[in-house]
Design a protein around this ligand. Structure first.
Ligand code: PSU
Ligand code: MN
Length: 304
């Protein structure tokens, strides 16, 4: 066993017996949503995973350990505590050696999931290439990690606080397949549309599981990004979101927000200025990703 890895007994048992396990991130809990909806969502997402016959494993950093599988009390703590670090790859050795509390981003979550032997990871939205990256060089470590770690990601596409076109280009450069589930257009988180055609499309979870198996058996390292569009009834028009995104970007620039604070700032600003509508859409799409991701995990476990 890895000296910095603690896997919950239930998750460990599932991994040993080849049962499907779904990894979940914690930045979304500590930095992505307000309390108490964040904790309610984390618990309900775990329930969706269980209802599909898979075991949920929420990942975070606690007491100098990478933790895989949290208790309800621990989820509550991550949702409530004010001093939780947002931990991407570069923060891991600091937060772990200093025994600080850390919520993991997509990049750190997938790395820890891989250490534990989990192959499927469900989240809301990934980080990517930011608008204005040509001068800011703000490109999320999620993207580089996705090029090298063999954990599939189910997300609702890429939030348009990012430059979606440049993010898709970067994914292509890194050799990362992008597959949209059930439609031709790549979705943009709150909206089923983005204005960009998805590089690939598959319509069944068994086809997605087969593609994952094929990629990794070929020795091609890295993720497959599975884009799962938000349910029609919860969708927010891209044009409506665009106003709020523009305002958020202007506020970030005026307040000189930089580095790891950029993404949480933009998310918070948009949540505050859309009167809860975006929060409801956010919760609905994560639950839907958990449903589809768990079905993929079940199909994948039956292949092996
Ligand atoms: N995008 C979202 N919601 C999120 C995040 C991104 O729509 O919660 C979080 C994820 O944890 C992601 C991280 O991994 O932000 C990316 O942060 P950065 O851009 O600083 O790499
Ligand atoms: Mn960044």
């Amino acid at each position: 066993m890895h000296p910095y890895l603690t896997i919950a007994a239930e998750v460990q048992a599932a991994l040993q017996s080849g049962q499907p396990v779904v990894a979940l991130e914690s930045t979304i809990i500590s930095h992505g949503m307000p309390y108490p909806r964040n904790v309610e969502t984390a618990l309900s997402v775990e329930k969706v995973v269980r209802d599909q016959g898979a075991i949920p494993a929420t990942i975070a950093i606690l007491d100098g350990q990478c933790r895989v599988g949290l208790s309800a009390e621990e989820l509550e703590y991550f949702g409530k505590a004010k001093d939780v670090w947002k931990v991407s790859l570069r923060d891991m050795p600091y937060v772990i050696s200093q025994q600080l509390v850390g919520a993991t981003t997509v990049a750190a979550t997938m790395r820890i999931a891989a250490m534990a032997g989990i192959r499927i990871f469900v989240t809301g939205g990934i980080g990517g290439v930011h608008r204005g990256a040509a001068s800011s060089m703000d490109i999320s470590a999620d993207l580089t990690e996705m090029g090298q770690t063999n954990v599939a990601i189910v997300s609702a596409g890429v939030k348009s606080i990012l430059d979606i076109g440049l993010t898709l280009e970067y994914l292509e450069t890194k050799g990362i397949p992008v597959v949209t589930f059930g439609q031709d257009e790549f979705p943009s988180f709150y909206s089923r549309k983005s204005g960009f055609k998805s590089p690939l499309r598959l319509d069944t979870v068994t086809d997605i599981a087969a593609m994952l198996n094929t990629k990794w058996q070929l020795g091609l390292e890295g993720t497959i990004l599975i884009a799962n569009p938000v349910p029609v009834t919860q969708e927010i028009e891209a044009s409506e979101m665009e106003e709020h995104i523009k305002a958020a970007l202007e506020a970030a620039s005026a307040q000189q927000i930089s580095g790891k604070e950029v993404t949480p700032f933009l998310l918070q600003y948009i949540a505050n200025h859309t009167k809860g509508e975006s929060l409801e859409a956010n919760i609905a799409l994560i639950r839907h990703n958990a449903l589809v991701g768990s079905q993929i995990a079940v199909a994948f476990s039956q292949l092996k």
